[in-house]
Design a protein around this ligand. Structure first.
Ligand code: B12
Ligand code: SF4
Length: 546
């Protein structure tokens, strides 16, 4: 660290060699004195006032003029809970930010309040001078806002994440202690903040100065960085699978190896950031992905990639490296059906431990696939699935209920279609409005369709209760005893047995919770029905937004 630099003005003639050596020697002594002897607040004082101390040049100028280093940085995931069913994944976005800031911090803690009994204040130290909050969801709102407000004045407070990105103005006007909001991907902006770039020169940053909120232009989405990934040693506990609220001993982790998607499906916002910008598909090298996998101790890894399989040559290389390095884990990835064109890579994926492919199929109707710009039709789906069904990987098909123009009969065709395709599991979600996806226009041009306040698309001809019935019927038809036995067989073939010891001992507890949950749910539903609750009526009380 060079805080005070002994430099001679550029106009002076070069110093004789003896004098130059003396200056270098003196500089290094000052550096090591500052580094090792001065307390954090003195270093901080020097950093803040360095520009006034004297003229300087060279690379250190840049450091001298801005807060190049932080005493202690606190990165907080400010939620107590996410989804009951799946809220156990690590806060990967925040961990990426921590990986950047760590380079500029004396010490750094990543605190996930889902895992800790304490609150943000409990983790502050006297030397804490930067707090980063990951504001991803509009959930647990009261708690989230309390945490953010709890930061004492004088500590640089920066928010980032998808939800913060959607409304930076609000965070900066209503929360007096919030200094800046990073919009969109945060790595580059945080690096620039840490390197002391003036706020107004940092694209994608919203900040307050003299009571006025400024929004810099958006940052263009850059290339995924190869050598940057979370430092898992910063975690204060292991992330484990939770089923029905019961923590098992099965460790999980997630990895982000690419961002974006080149396709343009109408209903999807995966391929856009919260600002509506289309994400070009960019990926990390196979080597860096496998280096990161090698550092994880979890047995089950979920890939957060929008489309992991876009470049099948890269997938092949990742598989080869996993096998060559003897890494033994199970992976779950988002994929498109086109991967059927590379059966050679499918075999390699099985050998490398890929357990489950999450495939967006969406509908059993050509008219819907066309209007959704899915890029394939029913005939193609059959053709691809004829190849994929021979794979040992578990095939999970995503379908959407309530697609524009689909009757109840059209939706009910999903069950038989999914079985015919040889899928092992299915996920049924309702059509949801997502900003910038193009769905709004489609709904606006389709009489009888509306978007509810909660973002659900619904129609005059299919109520929420109808939709629930459709969902139940599809599940009943799809999940048979033979199908469940096939999933178990495939799981064993692909090596999932290694995951069982983490779960089996917890099965009795999970079974009890599950029974209690089902009992509570049906009791509540019956109560509501008896009371004539609007949620049980036509369209479940959904109100159009416009
Ligand atoms: C894993 C995941 C989950 C996990 C969450 C795990 C976790 N703890 O984060 C689970 C399964 C719980 C989940 C649930 C849901 N999810 Co989800 N999920 C994802 C997924 C696949 C990956 C997220 C991720 O880790 N990305 C990788 C990291 C690196 O990116 P990131 O989180 O965006 O972080 C970057 C920036 O946001 C920013 N950033 C983040 N924090 C901070 C902090 C600071 C200080 C700074 C400066 C920057 C910064 O920088 C980071 C690095 O670039 C995304 C899709 C995707 N590919 O992103 C959907 C996604 C985030 N989910 C989505 C949705 C809709 C949901 C659900 C509502 C689904 C549902 N109907 O139930 C629920 C809501 C859960 C809840 N809390 O209420 C949407 C969000 C849309 C939106 N506009 O908000 C996404 C984008 C998918 C989609 N398009 O539909 N999800
Ligand atoms: S649905 Fe899948 S393929 Fe289509 S745009 Fe979204 S991520 Fe890409």
């Amino acid at each position: 660290m060079t805080l005070v630099q002994l430099n001679l003005p550029d106009t002076l003639p070069p110093a004789p060699p003896g004098v130059a050596r003396f200056i270098v020697e003196a500089q290094s002594r000052i550096d090591s004195f500052i580094e090792s002897r001065l307390p954090w607040f003195a270093k901080r004082f020097l950093l803040v006032h360095a520009a006034e101390i004297g003229p300087c040049r060279s690379e250190a100028v840049h450091r001298l003029n801005g807060p190049a280093t932080f005493g202690h940085v606190l990165c907080v995931y400010p939620y107590r809970q996410e989804l009951n069913e799946a809220g156990f994944w690590p806060p990967l976005g925040l961990e990426f930010i921590a990986a950047v800031v760590q380079r500029h911090a004396g010490s750094l803690d990543v605190v996930d309040l889902r895992m800790e009994p304490g609150r943000t204040r409990d983790f502050l130290r006297p030397e804490t001078d930067l707090i980063c909050f990951s504001v991803n969801w509009d959930r647990d709102r009261e708690f989230l806002e309390e945490e953010i407000r709890s930061v004492p004045a004088g500590i640089l407070t920066i928010l980032g994440g998808r939800h913060a990105t959607e409304c930076p103005e609000r965070w900066l006007t209503e929360f007096a202690n919030v200094d800046a909001v990073v919009r969109g991907d945060g790595e580059e902006a945080m690096d620039e903040i840490c390197r002391g770039l003036p706020m107004e020169q940092i694209p994608g940053l919203s900040f307050r100065r003299d009571g006025v909120v400024h929004h810099n232009p958006n940052r263009s989405l850059g290339q995924t960085q190869n050598d940057l990934y979370p430092d898992r040693r910063l975690r204060r506990g292991a992330y484990v699978v939770k089923i029905k609220g019961v923590s098992t001993a099965l460790k999980v982790d997630s990895i982000a190896t690419s961002r974006g998607c080149p396709f343009q499906c109408t209903f999807c916002s995966f391929n856009r950031n919260p600002l509506g910008e289309k994400r070009r598909w960019t990926a990390r090298s196979a080597e860096s992905v496998v280096d990161e996998l090698g550092q994880m101790d979890a047995k089950l890894v979920g890939f957060t990639d929008d489309l992991f399989t876009h470049d099948m040559d890269r997938v092949e290389r990742i598989c080869d490296l996993i096998v060559a390095r003897g890494i033994r884990k199970q992976y779950i990835v988002n994929a498109r059906l086109e991967i059927a064109r590379r059966p050679d890579v499918l075999r390699k994926m099985e050998r490398a431990g890929f357990l489950m492919l999450l495939l967006g199929i969406e509908s059993a109707q050509d008219k819907t696939l066309r209007s959704m710009r899915k890029g394939f039709d029913v005939a193609r789906i059959r053709e691809y699935c004829n190849v994929l069904r021979n794979s040992r990987m578990i095939l999970h098909g995503y379908f959407i209920l309530g697609c524009i123009g689909e009757s109840v009969e059209d939706m009910l065709a999903i069950g038989p279609f999914a079985r015919e395709l040889g899928l092992d599991t299915i996920g049924l979600s309702c059509l949801r409005h997502s900003p910038y996806s193009g769905l709004d226009d489609l709904v606006a041009g389709s009489p009888g369709y509306h978007i509810s306040g909660s973002g659900k698309v619904y129609s005059d001809h299919c109520s929420s209760e109808d939709m629930r019935r459709v969902r139940r019927q599809i599940h009943r038809e799809f999940y048979t005893a033979a199908g469940i036995a096939r999933i178990a067989r495939k799981g064993l073939q692909v090596g999932a047995a290694s995951l069982l010891p983490g779960i089996v001992p917890y099965l009795p507890k999970i079974a009890v919770r599950w029974m209690m949950y089902t009992w509570h749910k049906s009791r509540n539903r019956a109560k509501k029905r008896r009371a004539g609750h609007p949620a049980m009526a036509h369209n479940a009380g959904e109100k159009p937004v416009g």
